[in-house]
Structure formats: structure tokens, C-alpha cells
Design a protein around this ligand. Structure first.
Ligand code: SAH
Length: 355
């Protein structure tokens, strides 16, 4: 897996870019570390599970994908059951979520007959894993721009947290942009004087132009062509002050400059900003719910009871623990939020309230 050579090359590459261009804004640094075609974190590994760096909800419990599958069918019916429609996943990882969605909806013959599965995935390694799981019936895209112009239901779990953010720092009346620079041959954070922003309180404010552009494009397509979408991620409901960029390696936090290209690098998702992006695209962003409330509204408890009674002993305990982890307040239930986007005239979409 992790090779020292890749890390060394990535560090050297970043240093040489800084030497010629000057300090790199945080979003450029993150984009290079995660997405560089050869050395980027996602480009040459499977980062999930015990042997990787982090674990996600679909890898924890099959009930996650099942509940999302039920949501997709309900949303498809709510928007008038378009046939055909695109069933889109952004950043599908190992393909587990889509596999669970397709299994859960396998008896909904009309839904499945109408669905065209499209995935937006930049990593060749993960595309291969997705292909092994789901076969050739899927169409892959590097970005949302190449998706066909058709109605769509999209799902994005832990996708937006992987998109780069810029960090603007306010200290009194002075503004800076947090960048990655070089000092004595080592990567270091530097605050470079920046134009004035209109922030109230001192501290770091994050903006993600990439996330905004994607949310706007999704919102515009849904409004023009019909559809609905679901974003699940960890983050905050109101734009606020705080440095949320973090690195994980082998399930443990590490410095964001320590292992460029070799550690996962994420930022908390600003749901307020996503709402703004979808709305600016023309669609309606429905008031967010916590992951716990969303999964319970979709029937997680009933499904858990039904499945757990078929198991015994350790298998039953483990299965129950996995599902509980998704919804319990102290685990993923509160930290993770869910926001839905819909055509302004076709809402609300269960279980979200309308705008
Ligand atoms: N949804 C999955 C994986 C989350 S990890 C799960 O819940 O398990 C983030 C995923 O987004 C990975 O598949 C990664 O390769 C993909 N990704 C990261 N940046 C991307 C980008 N800019 N465009 C498309 N996919 C991206």
C-alpha cells in the first residue's frame, strides 16, 4: 500500500511547485494531494476498511445503502417516475452503496428498468473495484459535466468532504489566505496577505469554490431536467469560523503537511454553502436532517429488527452494533447531516420538509 517513494515524490513535487509559483492556497494543496493523476491519494489506493485509512457508512452496515435505495425509489415516484432517468453516484468508493441500492430496489421492476447507472469517479483503482462489483452496466465519468442531459436521482456520501477548500483568515482588520509554503526546505503553513472579506469574527473561514460549482451545476440540471439528490456528509449546518481541514492515516489523525498524497485529506462540509449552491443553480435545497433522524425516518429500526432476528450470537451483536453506529448521537447520528435537493416545484421529498 503506502510506499515511501510516492510520499517522497509528492513532497518533492509540491516543493518544486512552491519554489516556482510561491505558496499554494489550501485548495490547490488539497487538490494536488488527493487528485494528482499519478501521485494523488485517491489515484493509487483503496483507502477504506481496516487496512486503509478510514471507514464509511456503506462499509459499516448494509442497512445504510438499503435506506438510501428506498429513498431513491420514493424520490423517483415523487418526481413523476421519469423513464429513463440517471441513477447517479458521486464518489462511489468501493461501489458498496450502489450495490446495496440496486439489491434493495431489485423488486421495483419499473424503477430498475428506467434507471441508467452513472458514476462520477476520478480514481482508476476505485473505478476498477466498482466495475468488479457492479459489472459493465455502469457508465463512468470524470466529472458531472459529461453526464447526459436527463432527469436524475443522485447520491453523494462522503464526496463533498473530499473536495478542496480555501481558508481565509481574519485577524482584527487584516485578512490573509492560509497557504502551504516552504521554510528551510520544509513544508509549512503561511498566512499570505489577502484582499478584504466581509467576515464578522476573527478566525479561519473556509470556502469551497469547487463544491459550489458542483452544487450549482447539479441544482441547475435538476431544475431544468427534473430529479432529486441526496448529500450525506459530516459537517456543520451554518457557515462558521473554524479550521476543519484534517488528515487521516491508518485511522489516526496526522498533520496535514506530514504525508502529502499518502494521507486522506478532508474538510467538514458547510451545508449552508451547499444549500446556497443548489439554490443558486435554481433548485430547492430542502432543510437538512441529521443522519440519525434521516435513517430512522426511512425505517432503519424496523429493518434492523427484521435482519437481526435472523442472526445469532456474535454475528447478531456485530450487525446490531454496525447499524447503531450509523444513528447513535455519540457516533455518526448527529455529526453526519443529510440534505436533499429537488425541483423547486416538486417538493417536499420524503422525509424532508419543504422550503
Ligand atoms: N461514497 C463512498 C466513498 C467516499 S470517499 C463511500 O461512502 O464509501 C470519496 C470518493 O470520492 C472516492 O471514491 C474518491 O475517489 C472520490 N473522489 C474524490 N474526489 C473526487 C472528484 N473530484 N471527482 C470525483 N470523485 C472524487
Amino acid at each position: 500500500m503506502a510506499s515511501a517513494a510516492v510520499e517522497a515524490d509528492m513532497k518533492e513535487l509540491i516543493k518544486s511547485i512552491i519554489e516556482t509559483e510561491g505558496p499554494l492556497p489550501m485548495d490547490r494543496y488539497m487538490a494536488l494531494c488527493l487528485g494528482h493523476p499519478k501521485l494523488g491519494y485517491y489515484m493509487n489506493r483503496d483507502p477504506f476498511g481496516a487496512l486503509g485509512d478510514f471507514t464509511t457508512a456503506p462499509e459499516i452496515s448494509q442497512i445504510f445503502g438499503e435506506m438510501i435505495g428506498i429513498w431513491c425509489v420514493a424520490a423517483w415516484e415523487a418526481i413523476g417516475s421519469p423513464d429513463p432517468f440517471l441513477l447517479v453516484e458521486l464518489g462511489p468508493g468501493r461501489g458498496t452503496l450502489m450495490q446495496d441500492v440496486l439489491r434493495t430496489t431489485s423488486r421495483m421492476a419499473e424503477f430498475q428498468a428506467a434507471a441508467r447507472v452513472h458514476m462520477v469517479e476520478t480514481s482508476p483503482v476505485l473505478r476498477k473495484l466498482q466495475q468488479e462489483k457492479l459489472g459493465e452496466t455502469v457508465t463512468w465519468h470524470d466529472s458531472i459535466e459529461s453526464l447526459p442531459q436527463e432527469p436524475m436521482i443522485f447520491v453523494a456520501n462522503e464526496f463533498f468532504d473530499a473536495l478542496p477548500v480555501r481558508q481565509i483568515v481574519k485577524r482584527g482588520n487584516a485578512f490573509f489566505e492560509r497557504c502551504v509554503g516552504l521554510q528551510d526546505g520544509l513544508l509549512t503553513l503561511v498566512d499570505v496577505p489577502a484582499p478584504r472579506f466581509n467576515f464578522e469574527s476573527d478566525g479561519v473561514q473556509e470556502i469551497s469554490p469547487v463544491s459550489h460549482a458542483i452544487a450549482m451545476e447539479l441544482g441547475a440540471r435538476i431544475q431544468a431536467l427534473g430529479g432529486a439528490g441526496l448529500v450525506i456528509d459530516y459537517g456543520h449546518l451554518k457557515t462558521g469560523v473554524g479550521d476543519t481541514v484534517q488528515a487521516l492515516k491508518n485511522h489516526k489523525p496526522c498533520g496535514i503537511l506530514e504525508f502529502p498524497g499518502e494521507s486522506d485529506l478532508t474538510a467538514h462540509v458547510d451545508f449552508d454553502a451547499l444549500d446556497y449552491g443548489f439554490t443558486q443553480g435554481g433548485a430547492a435545497a430542502l432543510p437538512p436532517m441529521t443522519q440519525g433522524a434521516f435513517l430512522k425516518a426511512m425505517g432503519l429500526e424496523q429493518r434492523l429488527t427484521a435482519l437481526a432476528t435472523k442472526l445469532e450470537g456474535k454475528a447478531q451483536t456485530d450487525f446490531t452494533a454496525g447499524a447503531r453506529r450509523l444513528v447513535d448521537d455519540k457516533e455518526m447520528g448527529q455529526l453526519f447531516k443529510v440534505i436533499a435537493v429537488a425541483q423547486a416545484q416538486r417538493q417536499p421529498v420524503y422525509p424532508f420538509e419543504g422550503t
